[in-house]
Design a protein around this ligand. Sequence first.
Ligand code: SAH
Length: 454
Amino acid sequence: MTSVEKNQTYSVTIDDLSHEGLGVAHINGYPLFIENALPEEEMTIKAVKVGKKFGYGKVLERTSANPERQEVKDSALLRSGIAPLSHMTYDYQLRFKQQQIEKVLKNIAKLPKLPVAPTIGMEKPFAYRNKAQIPVQKVDNQLTTGFYRKNSHVLLPIEDYFIQDPKIDQAIVAVRNILQRFNVKAYNERENTGFIRHIVIRRGHYSHEMMVILVTRAERFFKGNEIAEMIKAELPEVVSVIQNINPEKTNVIMGREEKVLFGKATINDTLLGKTYRISPQSFYQVNTKQTEVLYQTAIDFAELDSEDVVVDAYCGIGTIGLSFAEKVKHVYGVEIVPQAIEDAKANAQANGIKNANYEIGKAEKIMSRWAREGIEPTVIFVDPPRKGLDEKFIEASAAVNPEKIIYISCNPATLARDLRRYEDLGYHAVKVQPVDLFPQTYHVESVTLLVKAV
Ligand code: SAH
């Protein structure tokens, strides 16, 4: 039993950081997680939530400051979880991310000697996001845009999102005001009534092409085309306005059905000199500049040549494989989202690439099929979502005997778990390079090189 009681105040010293960047203080061994608190800082806190194994505290008064503390531009950035590390200097954030990987390599992968290079950061670690997904609610009778308070659906009105492309911030306000002028009703989550649920905006970092997606509860959109025309008139960069229909009572943002209200069904952007078309439902990395650094790091690790047969697993719209396709013999891509595979095929063609094949499906299934069909990849790139690789994928990929596996990860915990499995199957991790794709947030992206042990 813990001696910590809810609503009591305590004097504590922060002794650690959680993987979400929360300060951790221990009271008789009982951990409390505290927002906006850094190691070594002393403070008075109030216990606001007390569970069996851990609790949450709130700072009442801080009496000392870690020298790596930095002033937070707007407290909503911490409260909303938009920029949960924005109270740390950027150098400190980069070291924090490197250490997160070191920690799991030691504790989960049991690979304490695997070197983790210093995180490659951005020169200007803000205003980088090329995509925004903004909830719309009625607050004081006004259509309001912002971000949910952490762990809730209470909307904090925000206009400067700090980490988003400022052109996107401006567009959100413009679109919201147009919807307000046309008297469009905000969605009501509790009752599953009303109309406009989310405004989703993508802007090509290099192309400056903008896509506005209006996520609506119902299909019938009164004056939808007029609204789309107005959006185009006020925001000349807009080349595509899409209505996405999501009738379900769900936290999933987009529904399945879509209509083009204005312009094209896709936008284009450029990565490492190649042009890509991007559909509304396709994954596309949100930090374009750092994605180029990430891909280049992965490509350098692979040391590709003209004899290489490459698998690009979890390929999205094909961006990794197409970046180097002309330098290798063949690229095989697999991805689960059909729209993304349509994009990948179109992207191969638009870039004049003829030696790339794409399959829709689960990577673990298709990889096993390729193995049965006798495809012999020399290098396999994997870039899975947060849950990491399926055991079947790991087995099938090791069974085809590639020389190298390049593992791009957005979750150190599953990376570590998977590196352990690969190690047991004879694939040895050689080096890890973190690349900061998400400054001011706790997300940790990295590239790992694995080679077949001899
Ligand atoms: N490599 C791409 C996409 C990486 S994100 C890029 O750099 O842009 C991970 C991708 O994996 C997403 O496109 C997601 O749709 C896809 N995905 C998720 N689960 C999958 C599975 N089981 N098999 C294949 N693809 C999957």
